[in-house]
Design a protein around this ligand. Structure first.
Ligand code: CUA
Length: 179
């Protein structure tokens, strides 16, 4: 038997299953099942890939909503680009835009308070990765992802884009402050 030469008998699939072959198929099947149930397990206990509500939206509609919140709750601006820092009240809807190549605006949240975070992309697929917490959410254009967030730790958190989105991908970082 050789893996390189053609099989000596053309109708090789009609041969009875070799014991070793059956064992490997068995191992592969069991491993597939393990990986499959790990997805469910990780979703519930891993606390990484959150359950998000997703709705259809448009860049125009979402920017208008985000702008309204920014106009209302901006407390200061930061960086050379004058990115607004938005400190919304507890329980409110908070909007975050991902686009080539930044996250806008900067959010300032309070520890132990709950907010509804709305996420979308203006252009291509981006990845919302909160560091160092390692929370990951896909940010898909045309869709609005809504996540309930209750920060349980204060500090400065970074948002890095973890979905390759072009030449400025590595510069696509954002910030969330938790007081
Ligand atoms: Cu946005 Cu990578």
């Amino acid at each position: 038997m050789s893996a390189i030469l053609p099989p000596s008998e053309r109708l090789w699939w009609k041969h009875p299953l070799d014991r070793l072959e059956a064992v490997w198929i068995g191992i592969a099947f069991v491993w597939c099942m393990v990986l499959f149930f790990m997805m469910v397990f990780w979703h519930i206990y891993g606390k990484q890939n959150l359950a998000t509500e997703t709705y259809k939206t448009t860049p125009e509609k979402f920017s208008a909503q985000a702008q309204a919140v920014v106009d209302k709750y901006t407390v200061r601006t930061e960086t050379e680009q004058n990115v607004p820092v938005v400190a919304p009240p507890e329980g409110s809807d908070v909007y975050l835009i991902g686009r080539l190549w930044n996250w806008w605006p900067i959010l300032e949240l309070e520890k132990g308070k709950t907010y509804k975070l709305h996420l979308t992309s203006m252009d291509y697929n981006h990845g919302f990765s909160l560091q160092p917490t390692n929370i990951n959410i896909q940010v898909v254009p045309g869709y609005e992802h809504v996540i309930k967030v209750t920060p349980n730790e204060s500090g400065t958190f970074s948002i890095v884009c973890n979905e390759y989105c072009g030449i400025g991908h590595h510069e696509m970082v954002g910030r969330i402050y938790v007081k």
